[in-house]
Design a protein around this ligand. Structure first.
Ligand SMILES: *Cc1c(COP(=O)(O)O)cnc(C)c1O
Length: 356
């Protein structure tokens, strides 16, 4: 069985879009990575091929029972043309954790990392070299066996596709308005909330639609059992600065373990800023706001890196945070993380991985 990455380069390269008018997720690079799994052969035939559609049987289990996992990370190009990934080993480990939850066979970490690096290296001309821009990388696995029986698929495909993305903050960083969601939940303990799997996002779309229609950009999710404890904001993890201490919900099993979240915590600890991972209820947050102790709030995730929260709406109450402006610590965290990611700043943690 072939375990070496085979490379078939595209003969007709696509025209690059104007990077200034990029829309998220609409443009893909010249190549993709693909690898197959079967019970007999395990993961095999890893290859980089021209970006192309795939063909599946209509009975493939992915279409019916959604056995699938995904990841999201970015490649950045520095001012002196060095290409970096940010903690890609963490993404591969999380992909495997999600896979275990969804009964999908794990991939070999080293091979997956090599695939990521090779693919980025081949399509490095697609990394926008302008401020705030990057190449978004989407590794994912789908179940491909034609079988309507509800049972784990015997065959899978692991693919990596990549899309250049424009600046998240074209008009500068501006805090968003968030609605606290008291009706729907994103995930429950014992469910699939801590796996990056499609169903979690499909189930959240209606909530996002309602929030958008009411003028909010995201919702703040509460726990699925008591509808009380804060979990996440949209598809980001969430942080609050309360009376000098930074608080983020502890990993409860229904929260997605963000790599940005982990990096924010490590960065704050490195700076000596008090940070705790614990349960935090919406009442506690409301009281902190009433007492003037809710100083800052922000979401964290690969897409935006850091997204400041300017206003939270809960029942009929509005909590305006830091006069609706980006907090000082929020900005400091954003600058430090993006500085490390893009090669502008020192990387004392060894988070950057250079792509040759
Ligand atoms: C991906 C994701 C995050 C953020 O994870 P990062 O590794 O920081 O990008 C947070 N919450 C949800 C629900 C996610 O899907």
């Amino acid at each position: 069985m072939n375990k070496q990455i085979d490379i078939q380069l595209s003969a007709n390269r696509k025209e690059k879009p104007s990077f200034s008018s990029l829309k998220f997720g609409k443009t893909y690079t010249d190549h993709m990575f693909i690898m197959d799994y079967s019970r007999e052969n395990g993961w095999h035939d890893p290859r980089i091929v021209p970006y192309q559609p795939i063909t599946l049987d209509p009975a493939a289990t992915i279409f019916h029972y959604g056995q699938t996992v995904f990841e999201g990370l970015k490649a950045y190009i520095s001012e002196n043309e060095e290409v970096f990934l940010f903690r890609p080993d963490e993404n591969i480990k999380r992909l495997n954790r999600s896979s275990v939850r969804m009964c999908i066979p794990e991939v070999e970490e080293e091979l997956a990392l090599e695939a990521l690096k090779k693919l980025v290296s081949i399509d490095r001309d697609w990394i926008p070299n302008q401020e705030g821009m990057s190449l978004y990388i989407r590794p994912f696995i789908i179940s491909t066996e034609a079988n309507l029986d509800v049972t784990p698929s015997q065959t899978y495909k692991f693919m990596i596709i990549m899309s250049p993305v424009g600046s998240f903050y074209k008009e500068g960083m501006s805090p968003v308005k968030i609605a606290v969601e008291s009706e729907y939940v994103r995930a429950v303990r014992g469910g699939t909330g801590n796996a990056k799997t499609a169903g979690n996002y499909a189930g959240a779309m209606i909530v996002q639609e309602i929030a958008n229609a009411e003028g909010y950009s995201q919702v703040l999710w509460l726990d699925g059992k008591e509808n009380k404890y804060i979990e996440e904001v949209g598809s980001m993890n969430v942080f609050f600065k309360i009376n000098g201490e930074v608080v983020t919900p502890g990993l409860s099993g229904s929260i997605l373990e963000g790599i940005t979240r982990k990096s924010v915590i490590e960065l704050l600890q490195h700076w000596g800023v008090p940070v705790s991972e614990r349960k935090i209820s919406i009442e506690e947050l409301y009281d902190a706001h009433q007492n003037g102790q809710l100083e800052e709030a922000f979401g964290s995730g690969t897409a935006a890196v850091i997204s400041p929260i300017g206003e939270l709406s809960w029942k009929n109450e509005k909590m305006v945070i830091n006069d609706g402006k980006t907090g000082e610590l929020t900005m400091k965290v954003y600058k430090a993380l993006t500085g490390i990611q893009t090669g502008k700043e020192e990387d004392p943690f060894g988070w950057r991985v250079k792509v040759d």
